[in-house]
Design a protein around this ligand. Structure first.
Ligand SMILES: C[S@@+](CC[C@H](N)C(=O)[O-])C[C@H]1O[C@@H](n2cnc3c(N)ncnc32)[C@H](O)[C@@H]1O
Length: 259
């Protein structure tokens, strides 16, 4: 049994758009680290944020590079509505795999916590490379395959068929990302991984939080069944306890490349 939603992930992100910013401390921490990795010495005229969500990071990049024209894309209509209220020059609804811009248009492309949702990463990197000018910079962070491994193991402990994540997450590690960037036109590639552990009261509160930020792909209790869910929760509490709470791992893949 696959418990992923069929219509993922766009409707989840649209529903989450209203309360996303208040609940997305982790994404903010990763996004601020991404901004800090971009050198102040560079002069950028056209910047694109891919999967910008509410546009909070796009706006901050505009503060760092005030002369640049800022473009942001996302494919969830709810996120687009939120981003339209921000100080961003162009907000467009588009898919990261088929960017609707001219060849060589941007000097800098950034993306935070979005590529793990993109089904065809080679297509997405090839599209980013096409719209980047020669020697343009590409910085992104996304979640890697060790993310939420405790949740996956707990769900599997009650049924081998329960699948929490989309299949392509399994491909997101340092080597795969490096190779895909290289084979899609990038050079001077640096990829690193960092694992962050975050505490939650229990597995159920972790799933609730994932739902609030739009990242919960698990179907409602009715499909998993309350009994199975509490069995999985007990497995989680037993194996991944941290004092009174439990922890969840998030693997952050941090990347920098040049065209
Ligand atoms: C976790 S949110 C991150 C948003 C924002 N970058 C941030 O740092 O808060 C992931 C975003 O990626 C968007 N997204 C996922 N797949 C996409 C795709 N194929 N094309 C464009 N946007 C996509 C989602 O709609 C969502 O807004």
């Amino acid at each position: 049994m696959n418990i992923l939603k069929k219509d993922r992930p766009q409707p989840c992100f649209s529903k989450a758009s209203n309360c996303y910013e208040a609940s997305s401390d982790l994404q903010k921490r990763i996004g601020l680290d991404l901004i800090n990795r971009i050198s102040n010495d560079n002069l950028y005229s056209f910047i694109l944020d891919i999967g910008m969500g509410t546009g909070w990071l796009t706006e901050k990049i505009g503060v760092k590079f005030p002369e640049a024209r800022l473009f942001g894309i996302d494919f969830a209509p709810g996120m687009i509505s939120q981003a339209q209220g921000k100080n961003i020059d162009y907000v467009l609804r588009a898919d990261a795999q088929t960017l609707p811009f001219k060849d060589g248009f941007f000097d800098l492309i950034v993306s935070n916590c979005a590529y793990q949702w993109v089904p065809d990463l080679s297509k997405a990197f090839s599209s980013a490379c096409r719209v980047l000018r020669g020697s343009g910079d590409f910085y992104f962070s996304c979640f890697g395959k060790s993310t939420l491994k405790e949740l996956q193991a707990s769900l599997e402990s009650v049924s081998k068929d329960l699948v929490f994540r989309d299949g392509h997450w399994e491909d997101i590690d340092v080597n795969n990302i490096f190779n895909r960037l290289e084979s899609n036109g990038f050079k001077d590639i640096e990829v690193e991984s960092e694992v962050i552990k975050i505490k939650f009261v229990d597995m159920i509160s972790l799933i609730r939080w994932l739902k609030v930020i739009g990242a919960n792909q698990v179907k409602r209790n009715v499909f998993i069944g309350r009994d199975l869910l509490s069995e999985a929760n007990a497995f989680y509490m037993k194996n991944y306890a941290d004092g009174e709470s439990v922890y969840a791992s998030f693997e952050i893949i941090k990347t920098r490349a040049r065209k």
